[in-house]
Design a protein around this ligand. Sequence first.
Ligand SMILES: [Fe+2]
Ligand SMILES: [Fe+2]
Length: 135
Amino acid sequence: MDLVTWDKSYSVSVECCDAEHRKLFFLLNALHEAMKAGHSRAILAGTVHDLEKYTETHFRAEEALMQRAQYPKLPEHRLEHQKFVAQVKQFRHDLETGGTCDPNAVVMFVGDWLAKHIMQTDKMYSNHLNSHGIN
Ligand SMILES: [Fe+2]
Ligand SMILES: [Fe+2]
């Protein structure tokens, strides 16, 4: 069973962001599956890397939309993105180098962060972006 399932309650009212969030959930579920299957830390690190790369792609696209709409909360939103990417990179580095981080804790952290960030921080831009013709 999937760890997280995207449904309408996650919608931020901007079609491309919703599509990217769905893909992030898909990658997170793939990581969760790989972990449950007992894959090595090296393989998990590769899966975390996929998630990290796509997260960066999504954040860039999302920030560009906020910039285009001159969204006033962009600086703090970007900071949240940057902190998350730094944390995920650290987890990946730890997995790659035989550190002590627990893969299950990584999956839980990423899942909680994504759900909370979409529900609280991303949803805050919906009205502003929609009112600037970004849907
Ligand atoms: Fe965001
Ligand atoms: Fe987002």
